[in-house]
Design a protein around this ligand. Structure first.
Ligand SMILES: Nc1ncnc2c1ncn2[C@@H]1O[C@H](COP(=O)(O)OP(=O)(O)OP(=O)(O)O)[C@@H](O)[C@H]1O
Ligand SMILES: [Mg+2]
Length: 392
């Protein structure tokens, strides 16, 4: 049983790479399901088959699903959603839950996550092509967040269920009837199952996709950090649309130089996470033939179901005295920390090495942003950054 998520900014190549991974997996003999929540139906375009909301055959050992959030909500979670919305309307009791469940963009991803629970036992590998969002990963760890607030919500509303409509004017909010509560509990159980699957490092891998530009890479670093925070195993990073070596057109000269520099930086920034590169093809990638080629170039003889890496690239420790330690492993022999400076949400650290000074941008967890930077030290091949509480 394997669950593979692909995440990355809009247009990075999630749909192409998840389809190519699915094809390769199927050819390796794994019974595979691709789940896409992309409303633009790019999966259908890529595989040139009308992908339905139920498992649609694509090739030998390969099925795909195009999640239809509106249908799913209506058929399965309608009762809850109606209630959540009414709750929200009456000023809401748990705004996080109400917002998350009632807002359709997130609902889409949420529903495709629940699809994992539905199908994980019926296939060897489930590949998820997620839709991009500012904080794409939030949708992946949402189940664990929701897990907690949903329990709170149930506890709060449970006592009112019996007295029902009678107390409505008193508490100033609609009360759920028994049916809602029954559905709610079912949903909670699903969420709990989902959470267990996602944090199981032997089952679920998150794979990051970025294009070789500064913005895209920055986004990838942040996602990497968040995944670490939420205990989701990231096993591979893919840099897609790299201009190939053999292109010598002077028009691309600057692009190639900039990309080479970014790729080098990525190797140090994501160390020890393995990084794969995929070249920019001569055309858009549509149809099984081109997707097969992508799979071939990305994975060769490898089985894409393997766990490419297991571990935490950035470790965050909370100490008893309230201080926070962020540990970043370094790929090079570092001699000294020359300077540490905050740049927006990141930390810019200059380290001297045998080959000169190297600057690293390290994204910080939200909590560190309200803390004071105390010191940065090198030991055991890693950079240790300490934060203390703001007024301390
Ligand atoms: N290596 C590549 N070479 C050439 N074209 C590519 C490559 N990778 C992706 N593309 C093209 O780039 C476009 C975006 O790719 P894709 O749809 O896979 O991205 P996405 O991350 O799923 O985007 P969205 O966030 O919109 O869902 C598509 O037209 C696709 O064919
Ligand atoms: Mg897509």
């Amino acid at each position: 049983m394997r669950v593979i998520f692909y995440t990355g900014k809009g247009g990075a190549g999630k749909s192409v790479i998840s389809s190519a991974t699915g094809l390769k997996l199927a050819q390796m003999g794994h019974d595979t399901l691709i789940i896409s929540s992309d409303p633009a139906h790019t999966l259908s375009d890529a595989v040139e088959t009308r992908v339905q909301h139920t498992p649609t055959p694509i090739d030998d050992n390969l099925h795909a699903i195009q999640v239809d959030p509106i249908r799913e909500v209506r058929e399965k979670y309608g009762v809850i959603q109606e209630y959540i919305v009414s709750l929200f309307k009456s000023r809401g009791l748990d705004e996080v839950l109400a917002y998350e469940l009632a807002a359709l963009p997130n609902m889409t991803e949420f529903i495709s996550m629940l699809k994992i629970v539905e199908f994980v036992d019926s296939y060897d590998v489930v590949v998820l092509d997620t839709v991009p969002s500012g904080e794409a990963l939030k949708n992946i760890y949402l189940p664990s967040l929701l897990g907690a607030s949903a329990t709170k919500l149930i506890k709060l509303i449970m006592p009112f269920a019996n007295i029902g409509k009678l107390v409505e004017p008193l508490v100033g909010m609609p009360t759920p009837d028994r049916e809602v509560i029954k559905e709610d509990i079912k949903l909670l159980e699903l969420l709990e199952q989902l959470r267990k699957i996602i944090v199981n490092r032997e089952v679920t891998s998150l794979r990051l996709i970025a294009n070789p530009d500064t913005f895209s890479m920055q986004n990838m670093k942040r996602t990497h950090l968040l995944a670490n925070l939420y205990d989701i195993n990231v096993d591979l990073a893919i840099i897609n649309k790299v201009i190939p070596e053999e292109v010598h057109d002077s028009y691309f000269h600057e692009w190639k130089n900039a990309q080479a520099k970014l790729l080098l930086e990525a190797e140090s920034a994501f160390y020890p996470l393995p990084i794969k590169k995929l070249r920019l093809f001569e055309s858009e990638i549509k149809g099984l033939k081109l997707l097969n080629r992508v799979g071939e170039e990305l994975f060769g003889d490898e089985d894409p179901a393997k766990i490419y890496f297991e571990g935490r690239a950035v470790e965050i420790k909370e100490h008893e005295n309230g201080s926070l330690e962020v540990i970043v492993p370094l790929p090079f022999a570092a001699k000294d920390v020359c300077s540490v400076e905050r740049t927006g949400e990141d930390l810019s650290v200059v380290i001297s090495t045998d080959i000169g000074e190297i600057r690293n941008f390290i994204p910080l967890p939200a909590i560190a942003q309200i803390m004071q930077l105390a010191k940065a030290k090198l030991f055991n091949g890693a950079l240790h950054i300490f934060f203390i509480s703001g007024d301390g």
